[in-house]
Design a protein. Structure first.
Length: 226
């Protein structure tokens, strides 16, 4: 059995934006706030930018986990570091100089993460894995909340675990998309330890209780890891 813990990161993409302060208070028992930036190019949707991140930073004590779904992370990463991001994720599919970008995030004192779309194999990270604090395995095609989990993600999480063992590293492994109390145990058993959940937290009647249920069921998945 592992001593590792499961971190819960509710995605404010599914929050009521007109009451963002109250929505953030309602998830104070979470570990991170997941903040989805969508540019209308990398993904077919637009969300929010640096100004709302700054306001969110003032309204919560939780670390801000910024997921950049943008075509030009080299340009945008510095904006989000300046606005208060604690963890910055850019997509492998969008960047051109991953190593430089990871260095820039670390120089600013933040944690660096690279995200993989469902169609991108984990081997894409081979050259950069040792530098990363976290890997984000997308479990839906990015762009929208409320989609269904892609079952093939389980094999990919296991492959990432094997690759990390070969490299002798243990970055956090975040999963994002279609995760709820019913499947969190399975993704944790396969190797995930940071759980993003948008609709399953913010559409629940009691947000704090939904977070605790994810944490509880996630811990059961940890116990099932080989
Ligand atoms: O990055 C994304 C979507 O592209 C996510 O972070 C979603 O916000 C997750 O929402 P649910 O699938 O949990 O509703
Ligand atoms: Fe996300």
């Amino acid at each position: 059995m592992s001593n590792e813990s499961v971190l819960i990161a509710p995605s404010v993409l599914s929050a009521d934006f007109t009451r963002l302060g109250e929505e953030l208070e309602s998830i104070a028992n979470a570990d991170l706030v997941h903040y989805d930036v969508m540019d209308g190019h990398f993904v077919p949707n637009l969300s929010f930018g640096t100004e709302i991140l700054r306001q969110a930073k003032a309204a919560t004590k939780l670390p801000l986990d910024v997921h950049l779904m943008v075509t030009n992370p080299e340009e945008q990463v510095p904006w989000y570091l300046e606005a208060g991001a604690d963890v910055v994720t850019f997509h492998y599919e969008a960047q051109t100089h991953a190593d430089r970008l990871v260095g820039l995030i670390h120089d600013a004192g933040a944690k660096a993460c690279v995200a993989l779309n469902p169609g991108t194999p984990v081997v894409a990270l081979d050259a950069i894995l040792d530098e990363l604090d976290m890997v984000l395995v997308m479990t839906v095609n990015p762009g929208f909340g409320g989609q269904s989990f892609i079952p093939g993600s389980i094999g990919k999480l296991r492959a990432l675990r094997r690759m990390c063992a070969e490299h002798g590293v243990s970055p956090l492994v975040e999963v994002d998309g279609g995760i709820g109390a019913d499947n969190v145990g399975e993704v944790v058993a396969a190797g995930a330890n940071v759980i993003v959940a948008g609709s399953k937290v913010f559409k629940a009647a009691d947000h704090a209780a939904a977070i605790e249920e994810l944490r509880r069921n996630g811990a059961m998945g940890l116990a099932k890891r080989a």
